[in-house]
Design a protein around this ligand. Structure first.
Ligand code: NAD
Length: 495
C-alpha cells in the first residue's frame, strides 16, 4: 500500500467556492471567507463563507417550509427509504468522501473510510428502520362516568420541528449523520452547522441527500463559526438544538437555548474518560487496550480514554511495553494507507497539545514516551504516555482531547473505583478484567453514560450514547433518540 492520489472529483470539489447548502442547492454566501487547512501540510485547501444573518434566515425559512410542507406528514416508511437511499449513495461515494475528510481533518484514510463513511452508513440504516417504530401508547383513563360515558386515551409522538445540529471537528460525517438521521427519521427537518475547521464533507453529503430524494429544506447546511451556531439557536423558527462539542461551549449553548424560548437542548460534551485494568490483566493485553482506548484518530475521540489506572504490580512492565508499541506506530501522511497515526486536526489544537506537554514537564510528571511536536510540516506530535504520582495531577483531570494517556498506579479495587468516579465528567469508562463477576459488580458503581468491559471506543447504533455529570444531557441513537426528537401528545376521547 502507498500514498493515494486525490480522485479528480475530490480535486474539483475542493476547488469550488464553498458556502452553504439551503433549500436543495449550494449557496455561495456573502459572508467573510474562512480558510480550510489540510493539517497534514498546514496549507489551505478550500474556503467557506461564514454565515450572515440573511443566510441563517434563509436556512430557517426553507427548513420551516419543508417541515410544514410535506416532510412531517411523509409516511414513516418513505422517510426511512430516503435515508436508505442516502446511505447507499454514501457507500457509492465512499472513497470521495473519505478523501475529502482526510484532507480537511488529518484522519488517516483507513479511519475516514471505516469510521466515518461506513459507520455513518450503518447509523443511517438504523435510523431508517427506526422511522417506522415511533409509537405512542394506549391508556385507559379512570375519569368518573355520570351518564355511562366512557373514555379512551392514547399518545402520539410528534416531531419537534427544526433541529439545529452543531457538530465538532473530530468526526464531521458520523456526528452530523447522528443528528440529521435522528431528525429525518422522526419527521423533523434539520439544519447542520459543521465545525469551521471541517465543513466540507457535509456540503457534499447535502448534495447527495438531494440526489437521494431528501426534499429541499429538509436538510440544510449553514457554514461558519460559533456566531452562526448562536444565531441558529436564538432564531424564533428553530425548536431544538443537538450540540456536540466541548463542555464550556455546551454550557453556553444550553443557556442560550433555554433563554431562546425554551428551545430543547441535547448536549453531548467532552470528558476525561477513565480506563481501569484489574490486576489479572497482563501487560500485553493492557497495552492493546490502551492503544484502542486512547490513540485512535490521535486521541481526538470524545469517547477516548485519557485517565489510565494500572495496578501497582503491573504498571512498570505495562508502560515499558506501551512505550515500544507507541514507538512502533507508523506516523505519517494520512493519505498513506499504511499510516496509523496522522496529524492533529488543526493549528489551535496543536498549540493546545503542546501546552499540555510543557505543563507535564513543568509539573514534574514522568514523560514515559513522546511529549513532543514533530519537525515536519503540518500539525504532528508524538503519541504520548505520561505517568503521574497523585490523583490531583492536572493532566489526570483536564481533557486534552489528544494523544496523551496519563497513567496512575493504584493499590486496591475500592481505590480504583474512587479514581474512576473522581472526575466531574462521565461520558465513557472502560474496565478490563478476566473476572466477569467483578466486572458486573463494578459496572453499576461507575459513573459514566457508557461503560465498556474489555473494550473501548466502539459505538453501535442500537446502543444509546451520551454523558452523565458534566459530560452532557440526553442520549443519541439507540431507541432513546426518539424521545429527544419528538413531543409526546396526549389525546383523550369521551365516547
Ligand atoms: P467546540 O465546543 O469548540 O465547538 C463545537 C461546535 O460548536 C463547532 O461547530 C463550533 O463552531 C460551535 N460553536 C462554538 N461556539 C458556539 C456557540 N457559542 N454557540 C453555538 N455553537 C458554537 O468543540 P470542538 O473543539 O469542535 O470539538 C472538541 C470537543 O468536542 C471536545 O471537548 C470533545 O470532547 C467534544 N466532543 C464530544 C462528543 C460527544 O459525543 N460527547 C463527540 C465529539 C467531540
Amino acid at each position: 500500500m502507498a500514498t493515494i492520489s486525490l480522485l479528480p472529483q475530490v480535486q474539483a470539489f475542493l476547488a469550488r467556492q464553498h458556502g452553504h447548502y439551503i433549500d436543495g442547492a449550494a449557496v455561495a454566501g456573502a459572508g467573510q471567507r474562512i480558510v480550510v487547512v489540510n493539517p497534514a501540510t498546514g496549507t489551505p485547501i478550500a474556503s467557506i463563507a461564514d454565515a450572515t444573518d440573511a443566510d441563517v434566515d434563509a436556512a430557517v425559512a426553507s427548513s420551516l417550509k419543508a417541515f410544514h410542507g410535506d416532510w412531517a406528514r411523509t409516511p414513516p416508511a418513505e422517510r426511512g427509504n430516503v435515508l436508505l437511499r442516502l446511505a447507499d449513495l454514501l457507500l457509492k461515494h465512499r472513497e470521495e468522501l473519505a478523501q475529502i475528510e482526510t484532507s480537511q481533518s488529518g484522519k488517516t484514510i483507513q479511519i475516514s473510510r471505516a469510521f466515518e463513511v461506513d459507520q455513518a452508513v450503518g447509523f443511517l440504516r438504523y435510523y431508517a428502520g427506526a422511522a417506522t417504530r415511533i409509537n405512542g401508547e394506549t391508556i385507559s383513563p379512570s375519569l368518573p362516568s355520570f351518564n355511562g360515558e366512557r373514555y379512551s386515551a392514547f399518545t402520539r409522538r410528534e416531531p419537534v420541528g427544526i433541529v439545529v445540529g452543531i457538530v465538532p471537528w473530530n468526526f464531521s460525517i458520523l456526528i452530523a449523520a447522528w443528528k440529521f438521521g435522528s431528525a429525518l427519521a422522526t419527521g423533523c427537518t434539520s439544519i447542520i452547522k459543521p465545525s469551521q475547521f471541517t465543513p466540507l464533507t457535509l456540503l457534499r453529503i447535502a448534495e447527495l441527500a438531494t440526489e437521494a430524494g431528501v426534499p429541499p429544506g429538509v436538510l440544510n447546511v449553514v457554514s461558519g463559526g460559533g456566531n452562526a451556531g448562536r444565531q441558529l439557536i436564538a432564531h424564533d423558527g428553530t425548536a431544538k438544538v443537538s450540540f456536540t462539542g466541548s463542555v464550556p461551549t455546551g454550557i453556553a449553548v444550553g443557556r442560550s437555548a433555554l433563554e431562546a424560548k425554551l428551545t430543547r437542548a441535547t448536549l453531548e460534551l467532552g470528558g476525561k474518560n477513565s480506563v481501569g485494568f484489574l490486576k489479572d490483566v497482563d501487560a500485553d493485553k493492557a497495552v492493546a487496550g490502551i492503544l484502542e482506548a486512547g490513540f485512535i484518530h490521535q486521541g481526538q475521540v470524545c469517547a477516548a480514554g485519557e485517565r489510565f489506572f494500572l495496578h501497582r504490580s503491573r504498571i512498570d512492565e505495562t508502560l515499558e511495553k506501551l512505550s515500544k508499541a507507541l514507538a512502533d506506530l507508523r506516523i505519517g501522511d494520512p493519505l498513506d494507507e499504511d499510516t496509523q497515526f496522522g496529524p492533529l486536526s488543526n493549528k489551535a489544537h496543536f498549540d493546545k497539545i503542546n501546552q499540555f506537554f510543557a505543563q507535564a514537564r513543568s509539573e514534574g510528571n514522568t514523560i514515559v514516551y513522546g511529549g513532543q511536536a514533530l519537525e515536519r510540516p503540518g500539525y504532528f506530535v508524538t503519541p504520548t504516555a505520561i505517568r503521574v504520582n497523585n490523583a490531583q495531577a492536572r493532566l489526570l483531570n483536564e481533557e486534552t482531547f489528544g494523544p496523551i494517556g496519563t497513567f496512575l498506579a493504584y493499590d486496591d479495587e475500592e481505590e480504583l473505583l474512587s479514581l474512576f468516579n473522581d472526575t466531574p465528567y462521565g461520558l465513557t469508562a472502560s474496565l478490563w478484567t478476566n473476572d466477569l463477576a467483578k466486572a458486573l459488580n463494578f459496572v453499576p458503581r461507575i459513573e459514566a453514560g457508557t461503560v465498556w468491559v474489555n473494550m473501548h471506543t466502539l459505538l453501535d447504533p442500537a446502543v444509546p450514547f451520551g454523558g452523565v455529570k458534566e459530560s452532557g444531557i440526553g442520549r443519541e441513537f439507540g431507541s432513546a433518540f426518539i424521545e429527544d426528537y419528538t413531543e409526546l401528545k396526549s389525546i383523550i376521547i369521551r365516547h
